[in-house]
Design a protein around this ligand. Sequence first.
Ligand code: ZN
Length: 300
Amino acid sequence: MSPDIQAGSEAGEATTALSPPTHSDGLLGHPKLRILRGITRQMTTAAHLETVLESIVNALGDHDQALVVRIFLLMEDQECAVCRQRIEAGAQKATTERRLHLVAERSRTPTSSGVFHLVPVDSTLPVAEMVRSRQSFHVDDWRTVGRFANNSLIAPLWTSLGVIGVAGYPLEVQGEILGSIGYLAERTITPEEFSVLGIFADQAAIAIKSAYLFRELARHRDRLEVENEYLQDEFRHDTGLDNVIGQSAALRSVLRKVRQVSPVETTVLLTGETGTGKELIARAIHDASQRKSRPVIKIN
Ligand SMILES: [Zn+2]
């Protein structure tokens, strides 16, 4: 990952965004490392993805005094808890478009940070731009960058918040883009901070990916359980007319009707009280029909 923007530094220093942290003294005791370790541990229980993401934005907010830290994930509305709730309440129209959804935020602004929960991928906001370009970025002072200063969406928002430095990373794992992390400060963001932000972004990306994999695994397991239960149920049921035992006139009449109706392509309505054998007759009809090689789907 490399910065695609490197605007002039106000301090007049040469800023190389990818230079390693300058202070190695006491690095192991650095609070950020302890936080990173905690986050890595939390990642083993991917069910707590929200906790991990919250820890990341809080860590960056607390220790770097960022003004705003946000994590956005690329997903469909139905995959987002916030959007699902809004759709159910009729406050939002459901789409299948993959957009960026705000999943974690840490903000020190007393007023609204002007955050948008939903950001389309083609938006001019940096969170969307990072997802499109898959490039990190680091701007010392956004006011010196024309495309931000002249952006009618961004300029008023960042001016009202007092933002100066802006940075961010795409969240990417093995070539798959998952979202992005954005970082706003009321001052210039140092190259060291930018590097640390990158480490946190990598951790966030891995945590998100493992949570997705766990979720997919759970879905497969649930489906297999349902299928297994269904097959077991099918196996337990013997089928066919041979299983209908009885010689009464009424039963013989029913069996005659079964033989009559089975070869016909038609819907059959069976009525009768619970326990009188409707399902047995339905299976007998199926077994004598042209569809006998296909499964019977029972819906209760
Ligand atoms: Zn959403």
